[in-house]
Write a protein that binds this ligand. Sequence first.
Ligand SMILES: [Zn+2]
Length: 124
Amino acid sequence: MSAGVSPHDRSRVRSLLNEEKADLERSIRGTRSELEAVLEARADGSADDEHDPEGSTLSTDWSRLQGLRRSFAERLGETEEAIARLDAGTYGTCAHCGRKIAAARLEARPVAALCIDCARELQG
Ligand SMILES: [Zn+2]
């Protein structure tokens, strides 16, 4: 028996991915307005990172928010790619070796594009 992704699973995965996508887009918007707030706060004061203790807090916030936004954006990209694979009918097939990705792996990581073997090989 092949353990392919059934139509029922596909629609379940699709709604899960759509929810994830909406969540990530919300998070990215939230992070963006926080970044804007930091920018404004910086513009307000005569923020000198070297001497102003508040200024250096702002740059810490800035890097933290940038990092957050980057990781949200990466996850959003993965989620969109997974949705595109669902549309293309290639979801659940390893992008590297073309074998089926184990159902347990997809359960744990619905955006997985690689089977566990290729993921280990390519990502170390
Ligand atoms: Zn593979």
